[in-house]
Ligand binder design. Structure first.
Ligand SMILES: *[C@@H]1O[C@H](CO)[C@@H](O)[C@H](O)[C@H]1NC(C)=O
Ligand SMILES: *[C@@H]1O[C@H](CO)[C@@H](O)[C@H](O)[C@H]1NC(C)=O
Ligand SMILES: *[C@@H]1O[C@H](CO)[C@@H](O)[C@H](O)[C@H]1NC(C)=O
Ligand SMILES: *[C@@H]1O[C@H](CO)[C@@H](O)[C@H](O)[C@H]1NC(C)=O
Ligand SMILES: *[C@@H]1O[C@H](CO)[C@@H](O)[C@H](O)[C@H]1NC(C)=O
Ligand SMILES: *[C@@H]1O[C@H](CO)[C@@H](O)[C@H](O)[C@H]1NC(C)=O
Length: 260
C-alpha cells in the first residue's frame, strides 16, 4: 500500500522551498466546508466530527464555519443552504471585523473542503444549473482561498473530493435512499461521479499551483482526502476497529431508506 495524503505544500516566498508551518506554530483552526466538516449538523448524529478530533488531539482552538449542505456559491449552484462565498466567509469576516474573533495569521490554519454538493444530485450531475460546469465550481473554491488571503489568512489546507462514486448515493449498486428516490441509471451516475471527482481534484491542484506565486507569504497544503477515503474503502481494517462488522458499502442509518 502506498499512501501519502499530503500531496504538496507550496510556499509563495521568493526562493522558498516547500516548507510548511513549524511544530507548535498553529494555535487556531478555522474550518470551511459542508456536512463533512460541520460540527453541529453532522451525518452520524451524536458523534464528533473531524474538526473536533483534530482540535482536541492537536490542542488548538477550533473556529468552525462549515455548514451542512453548503456549495461554493449559490450564484453558481443554487441550493437552499448557506454557501462558502455568500455565507461562511462573510460570517467569518464579520466576526473578525467586530473582534468577536481575534486571530494571528501566522498561528492560524484555514481548512477548505467543498465540491460534494456542487457537483452532485440536484446540482451539476442532474443538470440543475445550466451554463455552469466543473470549471466554474472549482474556480469558485479557489476564489475563496484568494478572498481569505486578502483578509490576512496565510496558512491553508485544501482538502480534495472523496471518491463519491463509492458512496451509497452514487454507487453502481445504489438503491432508493433518503437523498434520491427517483429513477436513475446507477451505473451512469457512478461513472459520471468518478469523472467529476477526478476532474475537480486535478483542476483544483493545477489552479492552486498557478495561484500560489500570486500570494506572497502564503502556505497551501493539498490534503488528498480522495486517497484517504479510497484507502479506507480498500483496507477498512486499517482504520475501523470497533465491534461491528466492517462495512464500507453501507451508510449511517439515517440515509438508508427513503422513509427515514
Ligand atoms: C465540536 O466543536 C464545536 C465548536 O467548538 C462545539 O460547539 C461542539 O459541541 C463540539 N462537538 C463535540 C461532539 O464535541
Ligand atoms: C451573488 O449574486 C448576488 C446578486 O447578484 C451578488 O450580490 C453577490 O455579490 C454574488 N456573490 C458572489 C460571491 O459573487
Ligand atoms: C460579531 O459578528 C458576528 C457575525 O455577524 C455576530 O454573530 C456577533 O453577534 C457579532 N458580535 C458582536 C459583539 O457584535
Ligand atoms: C445504464 O447505463 C449503462 C452505462 O451507460 C448502460 O450500459 C446500461 O444499459 C444502462 N441501463 C439501463 C437500464 O438503461
Ligand atoms: C481501536 O483503536 C484505538 C486507537 O488505537 C484504541 O484506543 C481502541 O482501544 C481500539 N478499539 C478496539 C475495540 O480495538
Ligand atoms: C453492509 O451493510 C449493508 C446494509 O446493511 C448490507 O446490505 C451489506 O450486505 C453489508 N456488507 C457487508 C460486507 O457486510
Amino acid at each position: 500500500m502506498v499512501f501519502a495524503p499530503l500531496v504538496f505544500v507550496v510556499a509563495a516566498a521568493v526562493g522558498a522551498t516547500a516548507v510548511g508551518v513549524s511544530p507548535g506554530q498553529i494555535t487556531d483552526l478555522v474550518t470551511f466546508g459542508d456536512s463533512y466538516t460541520d460540527v453541529v449538523a453532522i451525518g452520524d448524529l451524536g458523534t464528533a466530527a473531524w474538526p473536533n478530533y483534530t482540535a482536541t488531539y492537536a490542542g488548538i482552538r477550533l473556529h468552525p464555519f462549515a455548514k451542512s449542505g453548503a456549495v461554493c456559491s449559490n450564484n453558481l449552484t443554487r441550493r437552499p443552504f448557506p454557501s462558502f462565498l455568500e455565507d461562511e466567509i462573510p460570517t467569518y469576516l464579520a466576526e473578525i471585523a467586530n473582534r468577536s474573533l481575534v486571530l494571528r495569521p501566522e498561528n492560524t490554519l484555514y481548512t477548505i473542503w467543498f465540491g460534494t454538493n456542487d457537483i452532485g444530485r440536484a446540482a451539476l450531475l442532474t443538470g440543475d444549473d445550466p451554463g455552469v460546469s466543473l470549471v466554474e465550481v472549482t474556480a469558485c473554491i479557489i476564489q475563496g482561498v484568494k478572498t481569505l488571503y486578502k483578509s490576512g489568512a496565510r496558512n491553508f489546507i485544501f482538502q480534495n473530493m472523496i471518491p463519491l462514486e463509492l458512496t451509497v448515493l452514487y454507487a453502481a449498486n445504489s438503491y432508493p435512499n433518503s437523498y434520491w428516490v427517483f429513477e436513475r441509471n446507477t451505473t451512469e451516475w457512478s461513472i459520471f461521479m468518478r469523472e467529476m471527482t477526478h476532474s475537480v481534484n486535478k483542476l483544483a491542484e493545477l489552479m492552486l499551483q498557478a495561484l500560489i506565486p500570486t500570494l506572497p507569504g502564503a502556505h497551501i497544503a493539498l490534503f488528498d482526502s480522495h486517497s484517504l477515503f479510497q484507502d479506507m474503502y480498500d483496507h477498512p481494517a486499517l482504520y475501523l476497529n470497533g465491534t461491528a462488522p466492517l462495512n464500507v458499502t453501507s451508510g449511517v442509518p439515517r440515509i438508508q431508506t427513503p422513509s427515514d
